[in-house]
Design a protein around this ligand. Structure first.
Ligand code: GCW
Length: 682
């Protein structure tokens, strides 16, 4: 019952159910693992590890004759014609990274086959088979054909070279730059295994608030060592490139993207990197945002900057990932509008190895935001989505919040860019517009804590991100179900209530932090607790008061035609719908509207009462999470149980804090009593 936190969802717990383990043993008794490569070696090792832990060492043999094997693992080219012919149609569907898992008949006997077009497909197939077994799924009649729907499935680390992590809440950076390149921490390997098991195939190692030193030879050799660890697992390395690097480490006196010496410098840098890391992914760039240098420092624009770097990488098939997270103090009528205004005119001007990376919402990783209006609005650009897995505005690694629910909500949102059904998922996976490359990015929540993510349940957010990047149409419940089974237990009495707990946890945090479309009312800089009163910071859009605008007349941000007109950045019918409070979903109400305290909500409550009751509901939901967890003692180790219990107790205390702080503050404007049912602050 006890689970080593370090093992994540790869704990491969022993299968004690006799019938099931017999069934699995029958399938895996004699294994023919065909072919030879670094990737196939790690796949074979993983299969071995998984089977040994789940079924016991003595139960299988690894190098069986394919004619007599019960499990055959091999790429299309390795398979015997009689088996290959029966799989060929499916293999044609699964591309470079997909796989087929099927039971079929061979000489009157059942044989289980994992096949793919490439070695990477095999590795993904092996991980999937082990996951299915870990979830106690039937294999007898399995026929699974699966392939990723998104090309680039990427983690962004915001890790600094001194091992601090921006917005990292799980200890120091796992990259030990001081000991690299010689010392290869086992963690790097396990990190690669975990990522490959959920299909992550790219990682940017360093903070987007970048340090140019990472591009010096000394650091590149360290990066090379990591890239070599990751390569068998199909993971490409990217680095953040500081736009002013030619000045800082190159001795030039400018970083002007149209200056030939600057272009030359980046060309040479690319050549140097690819000599060390032939499959280097490319650069990730945050430019002209929050004080980072960029092309605008030289009166050039994003296209000039991105294309200059793209030219340097092009000969090696590298990409530039250019972030669209920009906002400036000069045009601060509505921060939410700025990225769209700045980027949309550039559609069609970026080189084809430039990807524009846009956060899921137009402000900044809030507990809830409407989808970013740029999605679907740049048909000629490879636009990729950035989610935050680390919980900057979601209670750090202290609060339990299951993020796949948030990711799913965004991916399922309809942009209407090509009529009804133009969901964000479709804009991302290339089905809406033909894209050279598609991608989904998550800001990692990983650190050197024993359990990787700080909160043991934050592992589910890493897991869930990877699963959704593989298939953006998966639903959050399926992901919760998988993760709970793989990490903790297959007992229904555990899985069912805990699944509900995970699913509800997202709405709980919205309710006790930012209900009804409120946003960015966090205390300054750290973004942890409430701070709706903060109003004296240097720039208007740094102040929470800017976002909620509470006064005697009401509360909310007017983004209608009469207000900032941010609604105009959305396609019809959203534009018209969200322009009126009555046709705006209440979850976004105060995002788009400034409304009187007595505005009447759908359920008949006044806005003031509604806000207060939502805060209370959030607190009550956390209370319910605690009582559910209380009943889970039989299914998890004592240590795990008490760890999560302590964290949930903090979460409850802080949900109360949020409710009291926000309601007492807003009450100074509303001048109304709290409704029945809302606990009075003491
Ligand atoms: O969410 C904000 C964070 C910054 C971060 C920035 C960004 C890396 O508060 O810490 O900087 O976004 O995404 O660039």
């Amino acid at each position: 019952q006890s689970v080593a936190d370090y093992d994540l969802w790869l704990s491969y717990s022993e299968i004690t159910d006799q019938k099931l383990s017999d069934e699995y043993r029958a399938h895996t008794r004699s294994i023919a693992f065909l072919g030879n490569s670094e990737t196939l070696t790690v796949a074979q090792e993983e299969l071995h590890l998984g089977l040994r832990n789940m079924l016991g060492e003595a139960s299988f043999q690894m190098d069986a004759d394919p004619n007599r094997a019960t499990l055959i693992v091999g790429t299309k080219d390795q398979l015997h014609a009689t088996i290959k012919d029966r799989l060929i149609q499916d293999l044609e569907q699964v591309g470079r990274e997909g796989f087929v898992i099927r039971t079929m008949e061979q000489k009157g006997k059942n044989v289980l086959v994992i096949s793919a077009n490439t070695d990477m497909g095999i590795l993904y197939g092996v991980f999937r088979l082990l996951a299915l077994m870990g979830q106690h799924q039937e294999l007898d009649k399995i026929s699974l054909v699966d392939a990723p729907q998104i090309d680039l499935r990427m983690l962004n680390h915001w890790d600094n070279l001194d091992r601090t992590v921006e917005r990292g809440y799980a200890g120091a950076s796992i990259w030990n730059w001081q000991k690299l390149p010689e010392y290869i921490d086992q963690r790097y390997i396990d990190y690669a295994r975990a990522n490959a098991s959920i299909g992550i195939n790219a990682v940017s190692l360093t903070n987007v608030n970048a340090n140019a030193l990472i591009l010096t030879t000394m650091y590149l050799e360290k990066v090379q060592a990591l890239a070599e660890v990751f390569r068998p697992y199909g993971i490409k390395v990217y680095l953040t490139a500081r736009f002013s690097a030619p000045i800082e480490i190159g001795g030039l006196d400018t970083a002007d993207p149209l200056n030939q010496n600057v272009q030359q410098w980046w060309n040479k840098k690319a050549t140097e990197i690819y000599a060390l890391i032939p499959d280097f992914g490319g650069f990730l760039v945050k430019a002209n945002s929050e004080g980072q240098p960029g092309p605008q420092n030289y009166d050039r624009n994003h296209v000039d900057g991105a294309n200059m770097m793209a030219k340097a990488l092009k000969p090696y098939d590298g990409n530039v990932i250019w972030r669209a997270f920009v906002y400036s103090e000069h045009d601060a009528d509505d921060r939410a509008k700025q990225a769209y205004s700045e980027f949309i005119p550039y559609d069609g001007q970026f080189m084809d190895n430039v990807l524009v990376q846009t956060k899921n919402g137009a402000i900044d990783f809030q507990p809830r935001e409407p989808f970013h209006p740029m999605f679907g609005a740049m048909p000629k650009t490879s636009q990729i989505i950035e989610f935050q897995i680390t919980q900057e505005y979601l209670g750090f690694s202290t609060h339990l919040v299951f993020l796949p629910k948030l990711f799913e909500e965004v991916l399922d949102s309809d942009t209407y860019r090509k009529g009804e059904g133009s969901t964000v998922a479709k804009a991302m996976d290339g089905s809406l517009y033909d894209k050279k490359m598609t991608g989904m990015v998550g800001v990692a929540n990983i650190g050197s804590d024993l359990n990787w993510t700080g909160h043991p349940f934050a592992q589910a957010n890493w897991y869930g991100f990877g699963r959704l990047a593989w298939n953006p149409y998966l639903d959050a419940e399926t992901i919760a179900d998988e993760w709970l089974r793989l990490t903790y237990s297959n007992e229904d009495a555990f899985v069912n209530p805990m699944k509900q707990l995970l699913i509800d946890s997202r709405e709980a945090v919205v309710n006790y932090m930012n209900p009804l479309g409120l946003h960015h009312i966090f205390d300054t800089n750290h973004h942890y607790g409430p701070g709706p009163w903060v109003s004296e910071l240097g720039r208007p859009e740094w102040n929470p008061t800017y976002y909620h605008n509470a006064d005697e007349n009401g509360i909310g941000f007017d983004r209608t035609i009469e207000g900032s007109n941010a609604v105009a950045q959305y396609a019809e019918p959203l534009q018209s719908r969200w322009n009126k409070p009555k046709t705006t979903p209440e979850k976004y109400l105060l995002w788009f509207h400034h409304l009187p305290w007595d505005y009447v909500l759908e359920n008949g409550d006044t806005l003031w009462d509604g806000i207060a009751l939502k805060y209370q509901e959030g607190v009550d939901q956390v209370g319910k999470m605690i009582s559910t967890w209380e009943k889970m003692k039989p299914y998890v180790s004592k240590e795990r149980h008490s760890e999560v219990q302590m964290l949930l107790n903090i979460q409850l205390k802080e949900a109360n804090w949020w409710r009291d702080a926000c309601l007492l503050y807003f009450q100074t404007f509303s001048n109304r009593d709290l409704p029945d049912g809302v606990e009075k602050p003491t």
